[in-house]
Design a protein around this ligand. Structure first.
Ligand SMILES: [Zn+2]
Length: 175
């Protein structure tokens, strides 16, 4: 997905293409901050950066390379995520962009940021666990849980209920 080549620009390697630009390229730290503003389509309470799926941001000459590891390969949100990244970066004036998908190593819940975990809890969504079920009720902390439905409000979530407080909740099973 390389687009937006500058017309007439010779691609003779990094030094030539850097010299061809009068403006400075945005700092990678700024780009991380922009992507941290994009909500996860499945769980809008947290950003793509909180989710831990943005693995790398780097300039290769004047082409920005963003490496993304989807939460799981069949996740229908993956295409939306790529479009959101592209739209956001274009809005910030980045013309040449390459979104790379990296499937190995696979995404793990350990890549969720601390802020991401806190926000999931705040919005009543139990964070994913490798064991395959929620650990505690996000409402009362109870551990007597039952699954109501394989699918919750989106395909990446399942619906569970807590027998302690009788509240249903979404479990984020995108692993
Ligand atoms: Zn509960």
């Amino acid at each position: 997905m390389v687009e937006g080549e500058v017309p007439g620009q010779a691609r003779d390697g990094m030094e030539m293409s850097m010299a061809a630009h009068s403006h400075t390229l945005p700092a990678v730290a700024d780009i991380w901050a922009w992507l941290d503003q994009i909500p996860d389509p499945e769980v809008p309470a947290i950003s793509l950066v909180d989710l831990g799926i943005i693995r790398d941001i780097a300039w290769a000459g004047d082409v920005l390379q963003v490496t993304v590891t989807p939460t799981y390969s069949g996740c229908p949100a993956t295409a939306i995520i790529s479009l959101d990244i592209e739209a956001t970066l274009r809005a910030h004036g980045i013309a040449a962009l390459e979104i790379r998908r990296r499937l190995s190593p696979p995404w793990t819940t350990e890549w969720l940021s601390r802020a991401g975990r806190a926000k999931l809890a705040q919005f009543g969504i139990a964070p994913p666990r490798p064991a395959g079920g929620p650990e505690r009720c996000p409402h009362c902390g109870g551990t007597d849980l039952e699954r109501i439905s394989r699918f919750g409000s989106t395909p990446c979530k399942a619906q569970w209920r807590c027998r302690d407080c009788a509240e249903p909740f979404d479990y984020f099973k995108c692993i």
